[in-house]
Design a protein around this ligand. Structure first.
Ligand code: GDD
Ligand code: MN
Length: 256
């Protein structure tokens, strides 16, 4: 894959290792009251062990289950340096939740992950290692390579995910194995650039991001991850999201 990228030659791209690096974790939440304390605890521990500088940004979209109050407690427990609650009034969608979160991020790297424990923080040190190893612009977790996999999904959900990946691979050839996954690490300026380009708002956002990354010649490293279906609460992926995924895919196919 080509090196460099369309991001413009600002100083942040030097990939200097060491103390200067800071990782901003974006955690979008909608009804994650039960999951949030555990995911935050795991993140704090993981970063504590690895010694990397970090912050956790919680973007709650007015969850009726009281997730926001839980986040406020966590902010008190771990400190407002580490836990930044940046809520919105109502459910405005996953794509815009990331944009909102990113605007409050002070790290030079951004990590995007689900808050429902489907994405385990234990993979983050591997993402960071991988990024440094190849000086990558993006490191994408992949369920479809090496030891990666999906646990706990029923056949229908597996077929939807595989199908979405397969159709997109065929139509757009994006050069990454997991297009709809959302456990990823980005250079901040790369994510900013990609977000400016992205038109989709819902779940299709993940796929669009990686397709656009490819067009802009950003480099992508991959780390196999296991995705474990949530225990608490339910997925927000419904029939609507599937329809809008297909619409988004066709739009991309027609415009890229
Ligand atoms: N703030 C906010 N606003 N958060 C949201 C919204 C929203 O409108 N919708 C979902 N979330 C949060 C959830 O609380 C969770 O932390 C995360 O986004 C993922 O939502 P889930 O509902 O758990 O998604 P999923 O498990 O069905 O889908 C996963 O797999 C998809 C396909 O592989 C996610 O990783 C998706 O991002 C991925 O595309
Ligand atoms: Mn989930």
């Amino acid at each position: 894959m080509a090196s460099g990228g369309g991001g413009g030659g600002d100083g942040g791209r030097s990939g200097r290792p060491g103390q200067a690096d800071k990782y901003s974790v974006l955690l979008p939440t909608y009804n994650e009251r039960e999951n949030l304390p555990l995911i935050v605890w795991l993140l704090v521990n993981t970063f504590g062990e690895s010694g990397n500088n970090y912050e956790i940004i919680i973007i709650d979209d007015g969850s009726p289950d009281g997730t926001r109050e839980v986040a406020e407690q966590l902010e008190k427990i771990y400190g407002s340096e580490k836990i930044l609650l940046r809520p919105r009034e109502k459910k405005l969608g996953l794509g815009t939740a990331y944009i909102h979160g990113m605007q409050h991020a002070s790290g030079n790297f951004i990590i995007i992950m689900d808050a429902d424990l489907s994405h385990h923080p234990k993979f983050i040190p591997e993402f960071i290692r991988k990024q440094k190893e190849g000086n990558f612009d993006i490191v994408s977790g992949t369920r479809y390579k090496g030891n990666g996999g999906v646990y706990g999904w029923d056949l229908k959900r597996k077929i939807i995910s595989r199908g979405a990946n397969f159709i997109t691979q065929v139509l757009l050839r994006p050069g990454a194995s997991d297009l709809t996954g959302s456990f990823r690490l980005y250079r901040k300026e790369v994510l900013q650039k990609l977000m400016e380009k992205c038109v989709s708002k819902g779940y299709v956002f993940q796929m669009e991001m990686i397709v656009r990354a490819r067009q802009l010649d950003y480099t992508i490293g991959e780390v196999p991850i296991s995705f474990v279906d949530r225990v608490y609460g339910e997925s927000k992926l419904g029939g609507n999201e599937i329809v809008s995924f297909l619409k988004g895919l066709l739009t991309l196919f027609a415009t890229t």
